[in-house]
Ligand binder design. Sequence first.
Ligand code: NAD
Ligand code: DAU
Length: 339
Amino acid sequence: MNIIVTGGAGFIGSNFVFHMLDKHPDYRIVCLDKLTYAGNLSTLKSVMDNPNFRFVKADICDRDAVFALFEEEKPDIVVNFAAESHVDRSIEDPGIFLKTNILGTQTLMDACRKYGIQRYHQVSTDEVYGDLPLDRPDLFFTEETPIHTSSPYSSSKAGADLLVLAYHRTFGLPVTISRCSNNYGPYHFPEKLIPLMIANALNDKPLPVYGKGENVRDWLYVEDHCKAIDLIIHNGKVGEVYNIGGHNEMANIDIVKIICKELNKPESLITYVADRKGHDMRYAIDPTKIHNELGWLPETKFADGIKKTIQWYLDNKDWWEEIISGEYQNYYDKMYSNR
Ligand code: NAD
Ligand code: DAU
């Protein structure tokens, strides 16, 4: 099996590359990544010399580069993780989100149509369903929940999902889509809540909590997400959408307090800052379909996963310190200095 994994130098994509090389030692994994600010080749250094792995630096919007790679590799499966993924950045500058997330998806699927494919898998997000109210804990996102987006990021992901389903219906492309809740774990870029709070706490810097910190996210350990995608590309039904999540809803403020406790840092570091525009209140996935059809269940409990994650950031300071010492500093000043 020859699999092209796009965005494999990012957070979830890299964890998926590691999972697939480990679980399927006879598969060839080709990682296509543009290496944007969020892509980091050092993340992949442990697999660079693996004879079953190849890294190609390219943009999924670059038709010539994508078609040339398909011509050369003739992949059986494509798993598309490549995306602009940070909601706050999409509020500052939506354009690149529309380009990469929608037009990049189109380019990949056009290549799949031309060269033939067993499966095109689109890695999507629960954010396409919008949000749920805090006072209705009985409500969850199912695959039937209408698309109802809030940010330029989620709108671009929803646009891509609609295009993927259209390519299935119109051209018969064998597609699947997964919509997962918030991931956490190793190699999570330190602009996102959990790694940002760990890095700031370790540097005794303020912990910027948006609004009142009451927004709820449904956290899943990244390895569980990777295992779910592995199941879907092998056993999922073509044309179907699968929600992925582990019923682990937590308010942001509680996550930040756990991080303070685990790192033995004072809660006085917590600073309430201006809320995110259009901030989604609550995400909560109903994973019944993937459980019933494919037997998937999350394996890592949050209490264990967050300890493992914090330990990873303690053991891999070089990885994230290099990131936060570079261009990231300008981003941080721009996004947080006037909040
Ligand atoms: P990330 O930002 O950490 O990584 C994105 C990767 O895509 C980077 O390596 C980047 O270099 C690459 N990339 C960006 N634009 C590209 C382009 N034009 N061509 C080729 N490569 C490009 O993102 P992540 O958090 O790992 O998310 C991966 C996917 O999973 C995204 O599609 C995201 O929407 C989805 N998702 C993320 C989460 C989450 O909690 N992080 C949850 C559900 C779904
Ligand atoms: O639900 C899946 C989505 O999860 C993915 O599709 C996105 O790619 C991924 O980035 C993530 O989106 P969120 O917006 O939920 O994640 P983020 O880590 O940016 O924020 C999590 C929550 O924490 C959110 O309610 C905003 C809040 N927050 C975030 C940051 C960066 C803060 O309070 N302070 C912060 O500094």
